[in-house]
Design a protein around this ligand. Sequence first.
Ligand code: ATP
Ligand code: MG
Length: 311
Amino acid sequence: FSSAPAPIKATLFPGDGIGPEIAVSVKQVFQAAEVPIEWEEHYVGDQIDPRTQSFLTWESLESVRRNRVGLKGPMATPVGKGHRSLNLTLRKELNLYANVRPCYSLPGYKTRYDNVDLVTIRENTEGEYSGLEHQVVRGVVESLKIITRQASLRKTDGLFLKCCREVAEKYPEITYEEVVIDNCCMMLVKNPALFDVLVMPNLYGDIISDLCAGLVGGLGLTASCNIGEAGIALAEAVHGSAPDIAGKNMANPTALLLSAVTMLRHLELYDKAERIQDAILNTIAEGKYRTADLGGSSSTTDFTKAICGHL
Ligand code: ATP
Ligand code: MG
């Protein structure tokens, strides 16, 4: 008689828009690969939870704090309703200071570039996203861009650079170079193979990682993982809730699946991570089942079934 080890508990936020559809894909693929994970599912509430002052429930934040690992779908924040964005609240409440966004050319899926293999590390809690905005006089709004030494240093324009230099000095085996953001955009488009790892403040990281997604085939493909205080890892796709295709069984679940794969690596479940990643990449390379964003006509469900078949 041998008992299997207890499954690892992980928090799952299916999120809004296409979120629930692509979260189902992840659950099915994980089941097919027999990943020893038990999901604790949490949805964003439809009213403000007084304990968090946001639509995120106290229980959902506690779940991430307790499990210290999770996966989140996109969360859409109603515009102009005068409350903090859900993503911002999550990042601030859980102190998710870095967002790690790997991006690489998929073998078998042709784009203008076939040699992209880089990681963007985006500072995740400060800069223009600090949420410090006020009206100076009627018609003029001032928004503050905040950079602190503490948040800048955790990740590994002035202070941010200084902190990067300090850390770089401790790792002489890593070649450290500085590139100004406008030049960086030009270089990336001209020859993305010039870069291995890009570390940058919040807004630049947001823009550059979308640019990088575009280099390899779009937002449906790129993964990310938020790293936070006390070793929290909350994986999430780079894309948003894609309201234009929500509920149509059209979304590409690859971005969320590959994000889930980064979560497995964080948990050191390397075997499962490799198997699932291979199954996804093989399905795309084979070309028989592809979603519309990749020029195919498969539904989310059929593409997911094909991945499970490869497993
Ligand atoms: P949000 O405000 O939540 O960011 P958005 O309108 O900006 O939503 P995004 O999710 O950022 O939408 O998507 C931008 C475009 O990329 C949309 O046309 C969307 O359909 C497409 N897209 C994003 N994610 C996916 C995906 N997983 N599969 C297919 N298409 C996607
Ligand atoms: Mg968007």
